[in-house]
Design a protein around this ligand. Structure first.
Ligand SMILES: *Cc1c(COP(=O)(O)O)cnc(C)c1O
Length: 420
């Protein structure tokens, strides 16, 4: 979103116009920003055989998935539903990586049937997969290197207490299972968690993965997951992808020189691709002065954007209706009957009821984490592409909310735990 000629614009379209047409709350995504981020990654790793698999749990709208595919990226999925959505969006099975955790084995079977690349993150599943498929379906193995990435325990997945991956200390056991069943391991994966501030962490993870690679001669790829940090606060630092690209290029080149089959480097960026591309537009419903602060209440809450309450994350806020108004200090809160504070003590152009506010950097883990809590309807989604704003998901209705409720004799219904 940019301020131009005294008005905020998203992909060339006035933000206030979008709010007027689509109503609020509405998520708005700028296709150009997604394209810019993809280009930046590709440029940073130019010269190294690299593939980027968009971690679609960040934002799964079909129109966004189609756009990401048009940019030449693959897909990283964490549930069989995401796999099916990816296929629906036009991805070929071989462009999809399935990286689930703690799912019923039936999901692996279905993924194998669909022909997507399967990433296995526990020894029991590896054994079971081996006994059913042997070497007929190649697998990727998710290693937990026990590298603590970033400072936020809640979004770190590589530490010792983590439920993700097979510990790097269990490699001997992995080798035994692989050998016994003749498993074909074509990839190694590690995703240390979100928010890597330091390319050094990536390099350490890469070194560990390269060491493990010695055990698997048929690898096609090494997947370093994500952790690409984007700036949320003005003073935040982003992952230096250009520096990382340079450092990894040399390392992978040297590694590949000694391999019978050269490996590709894979990454799974989620928020790097879509976070900055998205804003959540809401309307101020009430400005309420208390003894301690001035609250601005909006027609949204933790049901639409839970990141501030769940992770303590920061989202910039802009007053779309009054870009150049005199600033005052506000505490911006939602309408949910919980304490759903988006932000304390923000300087915003003086807010009047009805003003449209924008939460910035809301493209990733915004809509995809939205719920119907308090029986509230989820917002609409708009994608701005080629200078045109397109409604890519309509706002929910009360009928949608009630659509799955029925009274049926349990004896007469068939359980379908996994969507086909
Ligand atoms: C969530 C996730 C990602 C994406 O993380 P971001 O921080 O959004 O880039 C990548 N890989 C896996 C396995 C994930 O679970």
């Amino acid at each position: 979103m940019e301020l131009r000629g005294g008005a905020y614009h998203i992909g060339g379209v006035q933000a206030s116009r979008i709010a007027e047409l689509a109503g609020t709350p509405v998520y708005v995504y700028d296709a150009v920003v997604i394209g810019r981020q993809a280009k930046r990654l590709k440029k940073a790793f130019k010269g190294t055989p690299t593939r980027f698999m968009y971690a679609c749990k960040a934002l799964t709208n079909l129109a966004v998935l189609r756009h990401v595919r048009s940019l030449g990226l693959g897909l990283d999925t964490v549930s069989i539903e995401e796999v099916l959505i990816g296929l629906k969006a036009g991805y070929k099975p071989e462009e999809i990586l399935f990286t689930p955790n703690m799912v019923p084995f039936e999901e692996y079977r279905q993924a194998a049937k669909l022909g997507v690349e399967i990433n296995i993150d526990s020894i029991p599943v590896l054994e079971r997969f081996g006994s059913e498929y042997g070497g007929s379906v190649p697998v990727c193995i998710r290693i937990n290197p026990h590298i603590m990435a970033g400072g936020n325990e809640r979004i770190s997945t590589g530490h010792i207490d983590s439920k993700f991956g097979i510990s790097i200390h269990q490699l001997r056991h992995v080798e035994r299972v692989v050998k016994t069943y003749g498993l074909r391991v074509d990839g190694l994966h590690m995703h240390t968690g979100s928010d890597i501030l330091d390319t050094e962490v990536f390099m350490r993870a890469a070194e560990l993965l390269l060491e493990c690679a010695a055990l698997f001669p048929n690898l096609r790829f090494l997947d370093l997951g994500s952790g690409f940090k984007v700036p949320y606060k003005p003073e935040d630092i982003a992952t230096d992808v250009e520096d990382l690209g340079q450092r990894l290029a040399a390392r992978i080149q040297a590694f590949n020189a000694e391999r019978p089959v050269p490996v590709e480097l894979w990454f799974e960026p989620g928020k790097f691709l879509v976070s900055e591309a998205g804003v959540l537009l809401v309307s101020a419903s009430l400005v309420k002065q208390t003894t301690a602060t001035v609250f601005t209440g909006v027609n949204s809450g933790l049901n639409h954007l839970i990141r501030p309450m769940l992770y303590g994350s920061y989202h910039g806020i802009a007053n779309i209706s009054r870009p150049e108004g005199r600033k005052r200090i506000y505490t911006v809160v939602g309408y949910i009957c919980e304490t759903d504070t988006f932000a304390w003590d923000r300087q915003l152009p003086e807010v009047q009821e009805g003003d449209v506010l924008a939460f910035l950097n809301a493209g990733a883990y915004g809509y995809s984490m939205a719920s119907n809590y308090n029986s509230r309807l989820r917002p609409a989604e708009v994608l701005v592409k080629d200078g045109k704003a397109v409604l890519v998901r309509r706002r929910e209705s009360l009928e949608d909310l009630l659509a799955t409720q029925e009274e049926a004799d349990l004896e007469t219904v068939t359980a379908a735990p996994i969507p086909a």
